[in-house]
Design a protein around this ligand. Structure first.
Ligand SMILES: *Cc1c(COP(=O)(O)O)cnc(C)c1O
Length: 456
């Protein structure tokens, strides 16, 4: 653990002049911060030399671990060749041109176009602005409402936070008006007593129909969904969800956007989460694993219909007045090209599929514990939800901070995993070995036993 006793410790210095996002302050007041200096494969190392197996791939993004030589080499070569450029005024780097070609090629789309940002939040904001722009140009200026689902996470900028259906956004006075949230498609938690999964799904479809009827289909700009909800607690949709919901949206001409910021590039075992669930959206939002976390970058990938419509709308105005200074950064693009190559041809996606059965078996085994209500997940993203009472799904009392205690105990044992609500989330890097997977489950299992013995 970091030494917090000295005024010039890394901990004291971190607290003195840096804000931490999404951090429980009492927790770091008590336990101290962790200041990291480097990584070794899936491990990160702090200023005291303590190694932690990072079972969350950083923030879902470091799929190739923390020191992949091919990615650093790609970055170094590109820094030497052309260390920065934008994508305005008809100029962009050769790397951006090549990455767009590659993204369209590996997308589920026949054809399409890409717009770059620096983050997933900005990519969602960009997509919303594209929809507003396009509906306006097509004579539907009233089509501005955005539909997302409860527990969705789409980012933190004012628009993407409004799409993020989490209660904590109330402290900012968000969501903005016109951001509508459907029920989270989590059958285990949201299903009513005696309601079958099929009945639950029928209720969600009905809710969507009602929402469209009440709001007016012509006022809705688009529907955004993560194929598997990530920061909401790793929530795969109930059975048949997309097959039942998407036709309703299509019937009303509402564009369907897959937010693949976590699920993109292999996380679910297929290259795209929408592939795992058998649908093709109208556009894909990408970030995180796009550069294996080696560079801040996001991308909007438009399928053929939306790119044609947007192009026609832009042609009228003669300009799309939007863009970020560093979007399409050549170093980020070069890294992304290498990362996609590693996923598809360098064995990363194969290793994901090799690891999935062990990962699922490990989660299922821990879920036998009397205080684990359910395990859920898809591919290499999984969650275990702690409960006081398994039969009634009654959660532990909030003040016990059970998931935080489990995560903190894991950290003490050299394992980083994330508490999310009452769940513990695992999202291991794609480079994990079988032995590291075993280490992860072994440490987590010991932490669960210890904490449940204290609170049970
Ligand atoms: C992380 C995340 C975002 C936001 O990405 P940032 O790069 O943090 O802005 C958006 N959507 C999903 C699904 C995410 O997981």
């Amino acid at each position: 653990m970091p030494d917090t006793s000295l005024p010039n410790s890394w901990d004291a210095r971190a607290k003195a002049h840096s804000f931490f996002g999404f951090t429980d302050l009492p927790s770091i007041a008590e336990r101290g911060t962790v200041v990291l200096t480097h990584g070794e494969g899936p491990y990160v190392v702090d200023t005291d030399g303590t190694r932690y197996l990072d079972a969350n791939s950083g923030l879902w993004n470091m799929i190739a671990g923390f020191d992949h030589p091919d990615l650093t080499a790609a970055a170094q070569a590109q820094y030497a060749a052309f260390p920065g450029y934008h994508a305005f005024f008809g100029r962009m780097s050769d790397q951006a041109v090549m990455l767009s070609e590659k993204l369209v090629e590996v997308s589920p789309f026949e054809d399409g176009k890409v717009f770059y940002t620096n983050s997933g939040s900005e990519a969602n904001d960009t997509m919303v602005k594209m929809l507003w722009f396009l509906h306006g140009a097509e004579g539907r200026p009233q089509a501005r409402k955005i539909i997302t689902r409860g527990n969705a996470y789409h980012g933190v900028t004012a628009v993407s936070a409004s799409m993020t259906a989490k209660p904590y956004n109330a402290v900012f006075g968000l969501p903005l008006p016109g951001f509508l949230h459907l029920t989270c498609p989590h059958y285990w938690r949201e299903g009513r007593d005696g309601e079958s999964e099929a009945e639950f799904l029928a209720r969600l479809v009905d809710e969507l129909e009602q929402m469209i009827a009440t709001e007016g289909a012509d006022t809705i700009a688009g529907f955004f969904a993560e194929p598997v909800q990530g920061a909401g607690g790793v929530i795969p949709p109930c059975d048949g969800y997309f097959d039942a919901m998407l036709p309703v949206l299509r019937r009303h001409g509402i564009p369907i956007i897959a937010d693949e910021v976590i699920t993109g590039f292999g996380r679910t075992g297929a290259l795209w989460g929408c592939e795992s669930y058998g649908f093709v959206p109208d556009a894909i939002i990408s970030s995180k694993a796009l550069t294996a976390g080696f560079f801040p970058m996001g991308a909007v990938i438009l399928g053929p219909e939306l790119s044609d419509r947007l192009q026609r709308a832009v042609d009228v105005i003669e300009e799309f007045p939007h863009g970020f200074t560093a979007s399409g950064h050549p170093v980020g693009c070069a890294i992304a090209l290498k990362s996609i190559d590693l996923v598809m041809n360098g064995g990363l996606l194969n290793n994901v599929n090799h690891l999935i059965p062990t990962f699922e078996a490990g989660l299922a085994k821990l879920a036998q514990h009397e205080h684990i209500g359910e395990w859920r997940g898809r591919g290499l993203m999984g969650a275990l939800e702690a409960v006081r009472d398994k039969a009634t799904k009654t959660p532990f009392e909030g003040h016990l901070s059970v998931s935080e205690r489990i995560a903190n105990t894991c950290t003490d044992h050299g394992l980083i995993c994330r508490p999310l609500g009452q769940s513990i989330v695992l999202c291991p890097p794609f480079i994990m070995t079988d032995a590291q997977m075993e280490e992860m489950f072994d440490k987590l299992s010991r932490a669960l036993n210890k904490v449940f013995a204290e609170v049970g």
